[in-house]
Write a protein that binds this ligand. Sequence first.
Ligand SMILES: [Zn+2]
Length: 96
Amino acid sequence: MNKEDVYGPELDYIECEGCGWDIGLCVCGEKTKIYSLYKNGIHLHDFTSIKKCAEWLENLIGGSLYQGLCGLRNGWKPKEHSQLYGYEIKTTYSKD
Ligand SMILES: [Zn+2]
């Protein structure tokens, strides 16, 4: 069965890079890098790539955000006029 049949796009599906299952159902124990998006210290959503994060946030606030989000990941602090002001990206792993 195709994974898309199991998980609708509206569900919070994060694919393990090792086994391809949702990280909650991971069978391989592979560490998966997770990019957690925050705004003003509030956790919004988790992503497995900056690209997916950009797509999600662009749907929400518009614009072209990929470069900015890469900057956030690298510690850039947006100024008040920036569309990404108040946003933060923290990198974690699904397993320690
Ligand atoms: Zn896995």
